[in-house]
Design a protein around this ligand. Sequence first.
Ligand code: ZN
Length: 55
Amino acid sequence: MDQRRAARREDRAPICPSCGVTALPGDAVGIDAAFACDNADCPAFGEPVGDDTAA
Ligand SMILES: [Zn+2]
C-alpha cells in the first residue's frame, strides 16, 4: 500500500536536468519550490527543478 503511494509521488516528480536524479519536493529540501534537486554532487543541488516553480 505504501508502495503505491511512493510510485505515484515519483510519477509526479521531475528529473533534475543536470544530474538525472529524481527531484524531491521543495518541502523536503527546505526551499520554497515545488521540487528541488537533492543530489549533493550536482551543481544544481538545492535548486528548483521543473517548470512549476517560476510563476
Ligand atoms: Zn541535480
